[in-house]
Write a protein that binds this ligand. Structure first.
Ligand SMILES: Nc1nc2c(ncn2[C@@H]2O[C@H](COP(=O)(O)OP(=O)(O)OP(=O)(O)O)[C@@H](O)[C@H]2O)c(=O)[nH]1
Length: 914
């Protein structure tokens, strides 16, 4: 099957789609609808858990994506419309129909279903490809019944009828067909009855339902009755109905998330109908049913009035940015958790992300008794908080808005120790004010509470008391807050204590100068106020309306109060998105979590860089130990020389002694003895031979054996000792991995034992008896070779004995016997030399073989040690290498997320730039 390309320039539809409509899903959706259903999150969750278990990444647990559980659940903004299309409509050359589909998905339609009972598979596939190309990511595309075609065309999911595949099978088939899927496929089901709806949502885990057609009133009632039990979106099928406004709004009010429409019917609706329909639904009183949506009444479909010169209004941009920011920050959280699992501060970022679209946090900080509570009371216009000369605020206290008219503040303690008080003060509608304990180091616990809270602030209101302007601990606290890049507005409270303007100006310029230097900025906002006067004035005004302005303007003593109202105006202008401070408010709000993420990421980078260095050092240390075997080998080679020399010199000495003996004994003067032994046969051992065997070679062999045994022991002790040393070094350096290394002990110990001493084998094979025997044989052959021609008869034993018992000239003596005998005997010295040469050769061969064997023993020992160290080092090396690889990955992830944060910061800065 030819895969369909959604970006194909040759697509017949690209020409008719206006360029600006190519939004990505994430950028287009927030413009559209209020309430987002994380699909399945409201159902019993069994199927999503099942999917997560089924598709949980296996060993090694590499994250598929940065989304928890490996997949992102698709989100569906409701209410929305479902557009049902027939392949014929999509494949027709009717450009009006295509333009209508384009218009539908660019504004009102969140889901497109391609359904056909008649079209062939080929046509359905072709239509799905074209549709995918046309709608891009602006709506979800579902193919009815045909999971294979949905998978082949990379559609978002399938719509199954009552008789269709089980939901889980359809979802798994789609998942299996695309291993690189990051977003779970959507599986929706058409149901006709209340029971089927409950079953499909709870037992099967469908993502949304299409409730079968029929009488709209009845369907409306049934959908209404399902509202409590079915928490997934339900769309009512109205393909065949010509929907009136009353029907449509009735359905939505009953709890339906939208309805299914045909292209023809959609063409009849018109924008006005839809604007009115969705706008009314959001604003209508539905008895609490749509209350969640009602909260987001401003988040609804954009109306024409909200679009200025083709640009979305600022609040929408803010919302858009919040969506993007949330994604980036969640990604940052995941990366931080991976990079530094022990970094508890990540909870700050978690909190900041969860509160990103909550009201602005104005956090009042300052030393105890500086008048923070009085400043807050003055802002609220009532004495809600306790004031006093001794520390009165010991906990972080959130002041939130309530529209209940309460006499006394109502506070509740949050599980994490903070207080939340609900107060009906208008300023709290858009701003949560946070009262914090004083920051003096004397009150350490309180100071810590405040310090921990600072990163979460959107704006700090730094209250300085006029009676001690800018103390050391205030400067230290300010420095600390700058680490979190917090913007602060300064309040010089108790300004009423100054005698005159001169004193006030002096204090002001002292504070400003110091803060400018400290923060390295000209832009310092400082309000000199008297919170107490302002509060009193406000309290008076509430009882004496109309006199406030008059009194304030005429009385100099109320200077501090007037100045307080300037501060208040400044803060109020923060609430208005159209003013410069209002834009600052949005920026600050959006920047708060980014600044926290920034700080944490840079802390992670430091940690990761350090870990990377350690991992590299570890790896180098392992390699050093492994390479150290070479040095050890060199030493062993040098030391082993003396062992070989000892052995060779012993053989050399033995050889000389044997030769000496041969030369001394194989004389013609000894001829009779030799010959008698030679002719007597092999049963009798010649005295020379027995001397060679017993006195020379035998002891020499024993001596060599002893040397070789010692050599073997020396080798063994050397390399086992060295092996143990390596093992200890590994275990000492990486005790946490010792367990693993002890598992390979057996194997490695075997390795160290394995050398089987080739040297000893050589010498064991060298039997002195055999050598003597062969020597004797040589001699016998020599005698026979010499005298064989004379015959035994011609050489009587007695003659020989008498003539040759002295060491007279051998040749002369033998010359007496005969000319033939002379000749034969004349070859005797040459033959004797031959015997000597043979002795030499034998000894040299033995020396050579022994030397080679000893070398072999050494090589084998070194090789064993080398293997041992390699086996031993493997887990350590693997661990260090894996750590390195992981750290490189994390470094990359950190730098990616950092780049995204930079881009986000630029977007936030440009919030007001169209
Ligand atoms: N003269 C004068 N005194 C003030 C002013 N504002 C507050 N005070 C007094 O300063 C004292 C401390 O005020 P608080 O508002 O309790 O100070 P705080 O900073 O909240 O104190 P802690 O909550 O303990 O940290 C009280 O006695 C107030 O009446 C002011 O503008 N002028």
């Amino acid at each position: 099957m030819v895969p369909c390309s959604v970006t194909s320039p040759s697509s017949p539809f690209t020409a008719i789609i206006p360029r600006h409509t190519f939004f990505s899903r994430s950028s287009s959706l927030p413009l559209r609808r209020a309430r987002a259903f994380p699909i399945n999150s409201l159902s019993n969750g069994s199927s999503s858990q099942f999917n997560q278990q089924l598709f949980r990444p296996r060993d090694p647990p590499q994250p598929r994506t940065l989304f928890p559980g490996g997949y992102k659940r698709p989100e569906l903004k409701v209410p929305t419309l479902v557009l049902q299309l027939d392949p014929a409509e999509v494949l027709s050359a009717d450009t009006d129909a295509l333009a209508l589909i384009d218009r539908a998905v660019s504004k009102w339609v969140g889901i497109v279903v391609l359904a056909s009972n008649e079209a062939s598979g080929g046509k359905l596939y072709e239509a799905a490809c074209s549709l995918k190309s046309l709608i891009q990511d602006r709506a979800y595309l579902l193919v009815a019944e045909r999971v294979d075609i949905a998978a082949a065309t990379a559609a978002s999911g399938v719509l199954l009828s009552d008789q269709g595949l089980p939901t889980v099978v359809a979802r798994n088939t789609m998942l299996d067909s695309k291993s690189e899927l990051v977003v779970l496929p959507l599986v929706a089901r058409i149901v006709q009855t209340v029971d089927a709806a409950v079953n499909a949502s709870k037992s099967e885990g469908a993502d949304f339902l299409i409730y079968g057609g029929g009488d709209l009133n009845r369907v409306g009632q049934e959908v209404g009755s399902l509202y409590e039990s079915v928490k997934i979106p339900i769309f009512v099928s109205c393909v065949k109905n010509n929907m009136s406004y009353a029907d449509a709004s009735g359905l939505l009010a009953s709890g339906a998330s939208g309805f299914v429409t045909s292209l023809a019917n959609f063409g009849l609706f018109g924008d006005e109908f839809l604007h009115k329909l969705f706008g009314t639904v959001y604003a209508s009183d539905d008895g609490g049913r749509m209350s969640e949506n009602k909260l987001n009444v401003d988040n609804g479909f954009q109306s024409e009035t909200e679009v200025v010169a083709g640009f979305v209004k600022l609040e929408d941009r803010e919302k858009l940015l919040i969506e993007t920011e949330r994604l980036v920050l969640n990604e940052a959280i995941e990366v931080i958790k991976r990079a530094a699992p022990l970094m508890e501060e990540v909870s700050l970022l978690n909190d900041a992300v969860s509160q990103i679209d909550e009201p602005f946090l104005l956090v009042i900080v300052g030393e105890f008794n500086s008048g923070k509570s009085t400043v807050i009371n003055a802002l609220l216009g009532e004495r809600y908080l306790k004031e006093g000369v001794v520390p009165t605020t010991n906990e972080i206290t959130f002041l939130r808005y309530t529209d209940l008219d309460i006499e006394q503040q109502q506070c509740e303690r949050h599980p994490d120790g903070q207080y939340i008080c609900y107060i009906p003060a208008p300023i709290l509608k858009e701003m949560t004010i946070v009262d914090t304990p004083g920051t003096n180091v004397i009150l350490q616990r309180q100071q810590r509470l405040t310090e921990e809270f600072v990163p979460r602030a959107d704006l700090l209101l730094f209250v300085i008391s006029a009676d001690r302007p800018l103390t050391g601990s205030e400067i230290a606290f300010l420095r600390y807050s700058q680490q979190w890049k917090k913007k602060a507005v300064f309040v010089l409270n108790k300004a009423d204590i100054y005698q005159n303007n001169h004193e006030l100006e002096e204090a002001m310029s002292f504070i400003k100068d110091n803060i400018q230097r400290l923060l390295n900025t000209e832009d310092v906002i400082l309000y000199p106020v008297s919170a107490r006067s302002a509060l009193e004035a406000k309290l008076m005004a509430t009882t004496n309306v109309g006199r406030l302005n008059e009194e304030l303007s005429t009385s100099d003593s109320h200077y501090g109060a007037i100045s307080f109202f300037e501060l208040e105006n400044f803060l109020y202008s923060f609430l208005d998105g159209s003013t410069i401070p209002g834009m600052d408010r949005m920026r600050l709000k959006l920047e708060t979590p980014v600044a926290i993420a920034d700080r944490l990421i840079s802390a992670c980078e430091t940690l990761v860089t350090q870990d990377y260095r350690y991992a590299k050092q570890d790896l180098a240390a392992v390699e050093d130990i492994v390479n150290n075997v070479n040095d050890f080998a060199l030493n062993m080679v040098t030391e082993s020389l003396s062992w070989r020399r000892q052995t060779l010199s012993l053989i050399e000495t033995t050889k000389s002694r044997v030769i000496e003996l041969v030369e001394a004994n194989l004389q013609l003067s000894n001829f009779d003895i030799i010959a008698s032994y030679a002719f007597k046969g092999e049963k009798n051992v010649m005295p020379t031979t027995s001397r060679i065997q017993n006195d020379i070679i035998g002891p020499a062999v024993s001596a060599v054996q002893k040397i070789l045994e010692e050599y073997g022991n020396w080798l063994y002790s050397k390399y086992t000792q060295q092996g143990r040393l390596y093992k200890e070094s590994f275990e000492k350096r990486w005790p946490s991995l010792s367990h693993e290394s002890s598992q390979i002990n057996f194997e490695t110990d075997q390795l160290l034992k394995k050398v089987d001493q080739a040297g000893s084998q050589v010498i064991d094979n060298f039997s002195s008896n055999a050598v003597s025997k062969s020597f004797e044989q040589e001699v016998r052959e020599m005698i026979l070779g010499t005298f064989g021609q004379l015959g035994v008869a011609g050489l009587s034993a007695s003659l020989l004995t008498s003539v040759l018992q002295t060491t007279l000239d051998d040749l002369l003596a033998l010359g007496i016997c005969s000319a033939g005998g002379y000749l034969a005997i004349s070859t005797f010295p040459a033959r004797r030399q031959k015997v000597i040469d043979k002795v030499k050769r034998k000894a040299d061969t033995l020396a050579y073989e022994l030397e080679e064997a000893m070398k072999k023993d050494l090589t084998e020992a070194i090789e064993n040690l080398d293997t041992f160290v390699k086996v031993l080092s493997k887990p350590y090396q693997d661990e260090a290498q894996n750590r390195l690889n992981r750290l490189v990955e994390i470094q990359e992830e950190l730098s990616n997320v950092e780049k995204k944060l930079r881009t986000l910061q630029i977007d936030i800065q440009n919030l007001n730039v169209s």
